[in-house]
Write a protein that binds this ligand. Structure first.
Ligand SMILES: [Zn+2]
Length: 321
């Protein structure tokens, strides 16, 4: 899996381009280790010396490969994407850990109404790139089947379709990365609910929404930036986090459409903010299901009422069309 490999690369502290997660469809690549290629002294050209007859390739774009010694390049990968060929270099150097700017503690609750709600009461807007692009993508997809098989027109239509997808994937990745970086930079402790995203994606009706929210991508970037900023990221069991009062612990039953948490103790919060505070509290008492920081991610499958609740909640808020 490309994401797993990407994540391994991150953990191995390789700098530079790491082979960002992407779908197999756009991932037509050739990989070289330390032989089979040679960089031009100016490092503006690369020659592949194996028998695949790729030959010399000019490197375009903004890049800083010239700042590294040839010896530190451990892997060279040529990747074909919908909009061109990319040359990726995996470089073996120490990653400088960046300075964190705050020692905050943050709990995150994922939803569909918002990308996430945090324990400070902030709601991060949902980008919904896919929704916006959906119409264009669907149109492009239809165009493929209107063209005759094996014809050039069809190839062109397929290419247009792939490019539209590539764009969404890039936006989604950029968005997840940017948010995760901000969160880890400002907080010493970040807690999120350990949702079984894969299990939910298998439910066909919800797949688009959950993909749209890009939660699992965000989670991987959280782990990555936790290492970089030396913060701790904790995954907690989300059981009861939306029902419990974050102030006094009383269980306040809510239907799926109840958006406000109102407790007898006087505590009144937006539903997701209440959940986010509970998530943070669980992490602080180390009551969480699993914990992870730089050393690795313990993934566990959660089965239970809370997950069911989450899933139902999502389907209620985002009816399938
Ligand atoms: Zn209460």
């Amino acid at each position: 899996m490309s994401i797993a490999r990407f994540y391994d690369n991150c953990k191995a502290k390789k700098a530079g381009k790491k082979g960002f997660p992407r779908f197999q469809k756009d991932n037509r690549s050739v990989e070289y280790k330390t032989s089979g290629w040679s960089l031009h002294p100016t490092k503006r050209r690369i020659t592949f010396t194996d028998k695949k007859s790729i030959g010399e390739v000019k490197l375009l774009g903004k890049w800083d490969i010239h700042t590294y010694s040839v010896k530190s390049i451990k892997r060279v990968r040529l990747v074909r994407k919908a909009d061109g060929y990319y040359c990726q270099f995996a470089i073996d150097i120490e990653v400088k850990s960046e300075q964190r700017i705050g020692d905050g503690e943050l709990g995150l609750d994922v939803g569909l109404e918002f990308f996430y709600s945090d324990s400070n009461g902030h709601h991060e807007e949902n980008p919904r790139f896919l929704r916006k692009a959906e119409k264009a993508i669907k149109h492009a997809q239809r165009q493929i089947y209107k063209k005759e098989k094996g014809k050039n027109q069809r190839r062109i239509a397929r290419h247009r379709y792939a490019k539209k997808h590539l764009r969404v994937n890039r936006q989604r990745n950029e968005h997840a990365l940017r948010l995760a970086r901000c969160v880890c930079k400002a907080n010493a402790l970040v807690a999120y609910e350990n949702l079984n995203v894969q299990g939910m994606v298998r439910n066909h009706c919800l797949a688009k929404s959950i993909n749209d929210v890009a939660w699992s991508l965000f989670r991987r970037w959280l782990e990555y930036f936790a290492t970089k900023f030396n913060s701790t990221v904790v995954a907690v069991n989300p059981r009861m986090t939306s029902q419990k009062c974050s102030d006094c612990g009383t269980i306040v039953k809510k239907t799926l459409s109840t958006r406000t948490h109102k407790c007898v103790c006087g505590c009144e919060l937006q539903r997701d903010v209440n959940a986010a505070i509970n998530i943070l509290n669980l992490a602080k008492t180390r009551d969480g299901q699993s914990q992870s920081n730089a050393t690795g991610l313990a993934t566990s499958t959660l089965v239970g009422e809370s997950l069911l609740e989450q899933v139902t909640r999502m389907s209620v808020e985002s009816p399938c069309l």
